[in-house]
Design a protein around this ligand. Structure first.
Ligand code: NAD
Length: 505
């Protein structure tokens, strides 16, 4: 007799406690490698989210008053715990997202680097002081935490993207409510437990599971001061508009269609490796994935197709448990259907499907959400497969006659997250980095994700709000500037003043 594997129920994490869902609404968490529902995730009702916000608001004054060096000690301990739990965290990422274990570890490491950045918070929060701005008057500027901040995160980086947010927010003295993706939420719970083990007081970091109802409560509750969102453009625009209308500071990092411009003088070995890794790594489910290759000149286009065709065919698609896998499944059966639908659309629109990954079979994993690598050539600007974000292993080649045409394509696209140029010509690379209307640019680097001590963010409809995330912009986002002008009784007394004084007057 075979017994069905157990389906686990997840929970919220509020005030340092595991709290079972109470709304009666739940979602399914898949193991995408097998297609099986492995866990149930509770969807919080308004009251449950309000409870988490109340706990975070209560914890705020004590945490904000904790010296930055003590907050930093918690971050140092958290850093060590992430390293000790790396395998476990990567396993959680892979088992719910589907990406390979190596890729999962890489993403946890990129999150860890933000924690390391946050360890330096005493230095980062140092203010500015000007002595003697007028007779007997000194002036200084400090940055203070906002209060309760919330994070709403996508499925594609269940460890890294939350770690773009809460380590910086919490190190700055804020308290935090995280609403992770309902598709792969377990990693956030593990991170919350590790923060507690690192010595974080209860209530400073809370995790609430849920969907739109939870998000809407965070966006409208007057006790939430700042909202960081990462996800699709349609939802990000809504989050930005709703949160801003309710008086909150909002940063919403959104969708992308990242172009890689290939000049005729580029190193073609480098181009081929870059296009493979950036187009098909993590099954294309990265906001910085390359989804469009813009080849300049017909010969360049032909050469790129000639080199890519066998490589895409040879991609090893399989479960994360197989160490020889290049590319895992998509996150859910529903997402697989959406991406397959885009391949159908591309054919109907008249693009040339050079490699069709739709009929892939992974032995023993027949129900997994697998799609083989797909490659389209002769894609044009009017096609949906060019205009819209597909978020799967589907790479499009669009052929440009000249560099100027390639640059125009990059600049005319509604998204502006990342773009790369491959060339040996420094003048051309400089022209591109200067003129491309894009937030993050790579020169012979296909996925130019900034390191933790720089900031990450796109332009155009890839970002709503003023601040990029982590690095110096992260500290600015999670703090408010306060400027103090002080005079003490022993200073020079001018008597009553009825006109504005300047420093020089
Ligand atoms: P998504 O927009 O569907 O979900 C993101 C978050 O919003 C989740 O927590 C989800 O529960 C919540 N949400 C979903 N529908 C909602 C609604 N109607 N109202 C309120 N909240 C809602 O995104 P996803 O599919 O999880 O992630 C993929 C997207 O994220 C892609 O578009 C990708 O480009 C983007 N992304 C962007 C970046 C970046 O830095 N720019 C990074 C990673 C992912």
């Amino acid at each position: 007799m075979t017994t069905e594997p157990k389906v686990y129920s997840l929970y919220h994490y509020i005030g340092g406690n595991k709290v079972s869902g109470g709304s009666g609404r739940n979602g399914d968490v898949y193991d995408p490698a097998t297609g099986r529902v492995a866990k149930h995730v509770p969807f919080a009702g308004k009251g449950e989210v309000e409870r988490a916000i109340a706990v975070a608001a209560h914890a705020f004054p004590g945490w904000a008053a904790t010296p930055p060096a003590k907050r930093s000690q918690v971050m140092f301990a958290f850093r060590d715990l992430i390293r000790q739990n790396m395998d476990n965290l990567a396993q959680l990422v892979s088992s719910e997202h589907g990406k390979t274990l190596e890729d999962a570890k890489g993403s946890v490491t990129r999150g860890l680097e933000v924690v390391e950045f946050a360890c330096g918070i005493p230095q980062l929060l140092k203010g500015e002081y000007s002595e003697g701005v007028a007779s007997g008057v000194d002036s200084y500027a400090t940055r203070q935490p906002l209060g309760v901040c919330a994070g709403i995160t996508p499925f594609n980086f269940p460890a890294m993207v939350p770690m773009w947010m809460f380590p910086v927010a919490i190190a700055c003295g804020n308290t935090f409510v995280l609403k992770p993706s309902e598709k792969d939420p377990s990693c956030s719970l593990k991170l919350a437990e590790l923060m507690q083990e690192a010595g974080l007081p209860d209530g400073v970091f809370n995790v609430i599971m849920g969907d739109k109802e939870a998000v809407d409560t965070l966006l409208t509750d007057h006790r939430v001061e700042g909202i960081s969102f990462v996800g699709s453009t349609a939802i990000g625009e809504y989050v930005y508009a709703t949160g801003s209308a309710h008086g909150k500071r909002v940063q919403a990092l959104c969708g992308a269609k990242n172009h890689m411009v290939i000049m005729p003088d580029a190193d073609m070995d480098q181009v081929t490796d870059a296009a493979m890794g950036a187009g098909y790594g993590s099954a294309g489910e990265r906001c910085m994935a390359i989804s469009v290759l813009v080849t300049v000149g017909d010969e360049t286009g032909d050469e790129v197709v000639r080199r890519l065709e066998p490589r895409v065919r040879e991609l090893k698609v399989g479960p994360y448990t197989d160490s020889s896998t290049d590319m895992g499944p998509l996150v859910t059966p529903q997402h697989l259907e959406k991406v397959r639908g885009y391949v159908d659309t591309g054919i109907e629109e008249g693009a040339k499907l050079v490699i069709d990954g739709r009929d892939i079979e992974v032995p023993s994993y027949e129900d997994g959400a697998y799609l083989g690598g797909c490659l389209f050539d002769h894609v044009t600007e009017d096609m949906r497969i060019y205009k819209e974000e597909i978020f799967g292993p589907v790479l499009s080649i669009i052929r440009a006659g000249t560099y100027e045409e390639a640059l125009r394509l990059v600049n005319d696209h509604e998204y502006g997250n990342g773009a790369a140029i491959f060339t040996r010509d420094g003048d051309c690379a400089r022209n591109f980095t200067h003129r491309a209307r894009i937030g993050m640019i790579g020169v012979n680097v296909p996925i130019p994700v900034p390191v933790a001590y720089h900031s990450f963010g796109g332009w155009k409809r890839s970002l709503f709000g003023d601040h990029h995330i982590h690095g110096p912009e992260g500290v600015r986002f999670y703090t408010r500037l306060k400027t103090v002008t002080a005079r003490w009784p022993s200073g020079i007394k001018d008597g009553a003043e009825f006109h504005f004084k300047s420093g020089s007057g």
